[in-house]
Design a protein around this ligand. Structure first.
Ligand code: NAP
Length: 248
């Protein structure tokens, strides 16, 4: 029998976790797990109604609706926090596909720099973060493969691991890490695939070495591990069920 004295303590007890993009998908599931692991959670997102619904579903009391690509809004958010933050997961922003030669210069610039600028906007507020906490950014494994439809995505994907490693050195003792996901079954994937979603799930179940589709709760488990394991910094963690090793 396990007595209360021998029960493992929740790994994020007394810590504060901010989800920049927490009203859906990977951010939402990470919020759910962080709460279960004893954290105080602050959810952000652009759409206030979606955010309010997510907060109600999770029982979260602190939310802020703003666009994470707005540096001034990001600073205002961090300045308004009542205390220090331990961990920040950034799930805002997404890939932009399309043939390179059809993208104009501004699109290329924006797509190459979006995640880096977003990460930096959060990092500039790292004075609000406790030593040992982590800033966590999202990348992907799919974008490592060059293909006729990859466009600027492989180049934008390749930037992130060295950017995160460099930031980890500059921001120490705050840690910085990158999660590189394959297909994750989230509202973003549903939106991108439309009526092809079910066929894609079937294909992945058949082809992935793990025999199932990766869900946002899988990524949340990795995110919470990286938050709680203070040995981890400057690194990239793949979570794609082996997708990068098969044609899927
Ligand atoms: N799903 C995948 O297969 C996959 C694979 C590899 C990498 N990723 C990356 O992982 C991240 C999360 O993906 P997901 O599938 O969880 O996405 P999702 O289901 O669309 O959820 C994204 C969340 O972020 C918020 N958000 C988006 N843009 C924002 C912005 N500019 N400012 C503030 N909040 C913003 C959204 O709410 P609002 O729209 O209301 O703002 C929502 O809460 C993305 O960067 C995505 O590119 C996803």
């Amino acid at each position: 029998m396990t007595s209360a004295a021998t029960m493992p303590r929740p790994v994020l007890e007394g810590q504060t976790v901010v989800l920049i993009g927490g009203s859906a998908g990977i951010g939402f599931e990470t919020a759910r797990l962080a709460l279960a692991e004893g954290a105080d959670v602050i959810l952000t997102g652009r759409n206030p109604d979606r955010l309010a619904q997510a907060a109600a579903d999770l029982g979260v009391h602190r939310t802020a609706a703003f666009d994470a690509s707005d540096a001034a809004a990001m600073q205002q958010f961090f300045d308004g926090l009542p205390g220090p933050v331990d961990h920040v997961l950034v799930t805002a922003g997404g890939p932009k596909y399309g043939p390179l030669l059809e993208m104009d210069v501004d699109e290329i610039r924006a797509t190459l720099s979006d995640h880096v600028v977003l990460g930096l906007n959060v990092a500039r507020n790292a004075a609000r973060m406790r030593p040992g906490g982590t800033l966590l950014l999202m990348g992907g494994t799919g974008g490592r493969r060059v293909s006729s439809s990859g466009g600027i995505v492989p180049a934008a994907t390749a930037l992130l691991p060295p950017f995160v490693a460099e930031l980890a050195v500059e921001l120490a003792p705050v840690r910085v890490n990158l999660i590189a996901a394959g297909f994750v079954d989230t509202p973003l994937s549903a939106e991108l695939l439309g009526d092809q979603l079910e066929a894609r799930r079937r294909e992945l179940r058949a082809k992935l070495p793990i025999g199932r589709v990766v869900g946002p709760a899988d990524v949340a488990a990795l995110a919470v591990h990286i938050m709680s394991n203070t040995a981890l910094t400057g690194a990239t963690y793949d979570i794609d069920g082996g997708q990068q090793f098969v044609q899927a």
